[in-house]
Design a binder for this molecule. Sequence first.
Ligand SMILES: *[C@@H]1O[C@H](CO)[C@@H](O)[C@H](O)[C@H]1NC(C)=O
Length: 238
Amino acid sequence: MKVLLPLLLAVWLSAPSGCTSLPPSCSEPPAKWCSSLESAARCGVLKQCLEADFRKTHQTADPVQVALYYESLCPGCRNFLAGMLFPTFVMLSDIMSVTLVPYGNAQEKPDGDNCIMNMTQMAFPIIFCMESSADVIGSAESCLKVYAPDLSIDKVMSCAKGDMGMQLMHQNAMMTKALKPPHEYVPWVTINGEHTDDLQDKAMSSLFTLVCSMYKGTKPPACGGTQKIHYKSYCTNE
Ligand SMILES: *[C@@H]1O[C@H](CO)[C@@H](O)[C@H](O)[C@H]1NC(C)=O
């Protein structure tokens, strides 16, 4: 149930230099610009992609593993996922990994999140999109259209209602039951597999600060270190 988005989002924050509009040959979303040398060149971000990659290969420590046990309709869970976990991941994707474990507290109800995670690499943005909307279930179709246009809502629904959905939900139920200490509420956070009141409190109040402080490698610029960023690209009025 790992939601690892390797190069994804790495370039969200760097606009192509010059800020003229994108070349017509660049038809990928920003998250895909660095997916190959060819697309980087086509989109005019070769330099940015190479530098982002260079930084990544020089961060040798293990990423901080953040796992979230949650219910997709619980307000506190939605708040944490949409307001804290996802934004932190956008900023710190180089140094953290995220595992989402959606599971109902009481009984094993089918949950579309499981199927989405099983069916697309874009699960985290899609789940963020749903959890941050007014209508979690009702927004699924449009969130899929934005981030995974090839994945239809029908496919997700038939997974959620079928054997696969049950199986995935059951796996999450087992993972949740295996927690030590056992979870007492949701959202329940583990950091590198560990849960303490202190870690939970810190994750809830500033996950960003927690992940930066726990990362053992060279801190990325986003953590406020002194490392120079060479590829700032600003848009200016001509
Ligand atoms: C989807 O779930 C099935 C059943 O657990 C598993 O065998 C398969 O590897 C999963 N696929 C992905 C892409 O996670």
